[in-house]
Design a protein around this ligand. Structure first.
Ligand SMILES: Nc1nc2c([nH]c(=O)n2[C@@H]2O[C@H](COP(=O)(O)OP(=O)(O)OP(=O)(O)O)[C@@H](O)[C@H]2O)c(=O)[nH]1
Length: 159
C-alpha cells in the first residue's frame, strides 16, 4: 500500500502573491519626508495612497523586482544594495484578495537613488511628514496593508 498523500490544493494555487514596495525617505529629523504614490483610478485600490512598487515577476528576486518597479513607476535608478528590508504585511486570501491567494507585501527602505521621482500618467506623488502619514492612515486613504505598515514607516520619519 502506498503511503504517498496527494495534496488537497495544488502547490501553485497556494503560493502567495509577492509584492515589493519602497519606503523612500528624503531629508532628516523634522525635515524628513516619505514618498507615497496615489494609485490610478480604475485600478484595484484606485485613488488610495501607497508605497511605490509592484508584483515580483517569475525569476526575479524581491530586490530586483523593487529596482525594476521603481524605475518603471518613478523613473529613478536604485542600487539593490541600497534596498534594506524594513517590514512586511500579509493579507489573507479570505479577505477578498484577487485570485484567492494570500498577498505578502515586503516593504524595503530605500536609502539612496538617482534621479527625481516622477509620477506615471494617472498617478500622483506626495512627500509626507509623520503627521501627513498618520492622517492618511486615520482617514483610511491607504490600502489596509499599508495602514499596518505605517507604524514602522513612521519610525523612519522620527529617526
Ligand atoms: N505597489 C503596491 N501595491 C500594494 C501596496 N499595498 C497593497 O495592498 N498593494 C496591492 O498589491 C497588489 C499589486 O500591486 P501592483 O498593482 O502595484 O502591482 P504591479 O505594478 O505589478 O501591477 P500591474 O503591472 O498589473 O499594474 C495590488 O492589489 C495593490 O493594491 C503598496 O503599498 N504598494
Amino acid at each position: 500500500m502506498s503511503s504517498t498523500l496527494s495534496p488537497v490544493v495544488p502547490a501553485s494555487a497556494a503560493l502567495p502573491l509577492l509584492v515589493v514596495a519602497g519606503a523612500l525617505v528624503r531629508g532628516e529629523s523634522a525635515e524628513a519626508r516619505l514618498l507615497l504614490q496615489q494609485r490610478p483610478l480604475g485600478k484595484h485600490h484606485g485613488g488610495l495612497w501607497e508605497f511605490p512598487g509592484g508584483k515580483v515577476e517569475p525569476g526575479e528576486t524581491p530586490a530586483e523586482a523593487l529596482v525594476r518597479e521603481l524605475a518603471e513607476e518613478l523613473g529613478i535608478a536604485v542600487d539593490p544594495a541600497d534596498c534594506v528590508p524594513l517590514t512586511f504585511a500579509v493579507r489573507s486570501a479570505h479577505e477578498g484578495l484577487a485570485a484567492g491567494r494570500d498577498l505578502v507585501l515586503l516593504l524595503y527602505r530605500c536609502a539612496a537613488w538617482q534621479g527625481t521621482p516622477v509620477a506615471e500618467p494617472g498617478a500622483a506623488l506626495q512627500w509626507v511628514d509623520g503627521a501627513g502619514l498618520r492622517a492618511l492612515a486615520v482617514e483610511a486613504t491607504m490600502p489596509p496593508l499599508d495602514i499596518a505598515l505605517c507604524i514602522t514607516a513612521q519610525k523612519l520619519l522620527e529617526a
